[in-house]
Design a protein around this ligand. Structure first.
Ligand SMILES: Cc1ncc(COP(=O)(O)O)c(C=O)c1O
Length: 378
């Protein structure tokens, strides 16, 4: 393992992708694949950076996507036959022809969305339906696809009324950052009780993402579940993790631009901001930093450099008082950071580096051109 504190990209702020951490995620997923026979898709919504997709390609069974653009970017790396699986509540009528061409599997979010394609002649993908199993596990409704009045999937209580004709698979995705297989077992058990009689007419079942496989020690429950589904119903079983693949594999490094006292507390302004990790603000989470020392005598509030008063990472403790030029290292922020990042106030995106066992190499630098292109007419 690299000593993270010694990673020093030459520009700041910087996102650093660790090949070693990607290997670690892929090893866990490979273990699941080998023991259970499940197929693994990388859910690219977490971080669709093409070099990451290319690196992952030989280790996985395809990509899971949630829009036409994601399908297109996946198709830069794999062909349809290598697996491009789409599910979204938002297929637009003018995208049907292209999605038909690009995707190997589409799990429709509703009966209406499925009918959009029925009217369009020959389908060249395997059609599935996203099911809402109506079993909630997330305490926070914002993360709960099974919340009341959910927009995600056809209710398991309704589906018996719809025909399984022409359907090859079912899709579920109901949890968020889970480190325990109990929700999966309960959900599949409910599906088996309500829909099990139809399972043997299907070719596949997609169990979605939401599980942090690296944080789970004993995978036997998962392995047994997949083996049962495969052998009892002859189903191909897919999982589509996002965060479990890239979450631990990308760190954000920033630099202190300014330090001053504000009403008796030290405030340190960084050359990054919550623009680069919007979930900090969205969910009011305090991210970890490597420099935090719970015993440290020096406190500082780390803030971003935008005009938003609430652009705050939180208060941390340090061994030494922070000073201008110090580095701040946010570990394990690979999932849902870059994809949600924005350039509020005109601040640029971080450069992106790739760290392998020998080198730290810059792969991407956004410049003013990119920003200007965004705001030019045309
Ligand atoms: C349908 C679907 N599949 C997979 C994922 C990936 O989830 P995670 O990154 O938590 O593994 C998501 C995340 O929102 C999703 O909505």
């Amino acid at each position: 393992m690299h000593n993270k504190a010694s990673i020093t990209p030459s520009t700041s702020p910087a996102l650093v992708i660790s090949q070693e951490a990607l290997h670690h995620s892929v090893n866990t997923l490979n273990y699941l694949r080998e023991k259970s026979g499940c197929r693994v898709l990388y859910s690219i919504k977490a971080f669709p950076f093409i070099p990451v997709l290319q690196w992952l390609k030989p280790h996985i069974d395809g990509f899971s996507v949630s829009s036409l653009f994601e399908a297109k970017i996946a198709s830069e790396v794999v062909v349809k036959q290598q697996g491009i699986h789409l599910t979204t509540p938002g297929i637009r009528p003018n995208e049907i022809a292209e999605l038909n061409q690009l995707c190997s599997h589409i799990s429709f979010n509703s009966v209406n969305q499925r009918q959009l394609f029925d009217r369009q002649g020959e389908q060249t993908f395997s059609a599935g339906l996203r099911i809402n199993p109506k079993l909630s596990f997330a305490a926070d409704q914002r993360f709960d696809p099974c919340r009341l009045h959910s927009k995600l999937g056809v209710s398991v209580d309704e589906i018996n009324r719809h025909s399984f004709n022409g359907l090859s698979g079912l899709h579920i995705h109901t949890v968020f950052s889970q480190s325990d297989y109990a929700p999966l077992l309960q959900t599949v058990d409910k599906l088996q009780r309500q829909l099990g009689e139809h399972f043997s007419r299907l070719a596949w079942l997609n169990l979605g993402g939401g599980y942090l496989f690296n944080t789970i020690e004993d995978h036997q429950l998962f392995i047994d579940l997949v083996l049962t589904l495969r052998h009892q119903y002859n189903l191909q079983v897919y999982i589509e993790p996002g965060k479990a693949v890239v979450g631990d594999a990308v760190d954000l490094l920033a630099t202190v631009l300014d330090c001053f006292d504000s009403d008796g507390k030290m405030v340190a302004v960084l050359d990054t901001s919550i623009n680069h990790n919007p979930e900090v603000f969205e969910y009011q989470r305090q991210p970890n930093i490597l420099q935090n020392d719970p015993q440290g005598k020096h406190k500082a509030i780390l803030v971003g450099s935008t005009c938003l008063a609430g652009d705050i990472f939180g208060e941390y403790r340090f061994k030494q008082a922070l000073k201008i030029g110090d580095k701040i290292h946010f570990p394990q922020v690979g999932a849902y950071t870059s994809v949600k990042a924005n350039r509020f106030n005109g601040y640029n995106f971080p450069d992106i580096y790739w760290l392998d066992s020998e080198n730290l190499q810059r792969l991407k630098q956004y410049g003013y051109d990119h920003y200007q292109e965004h705001w030019l007419a045309g």
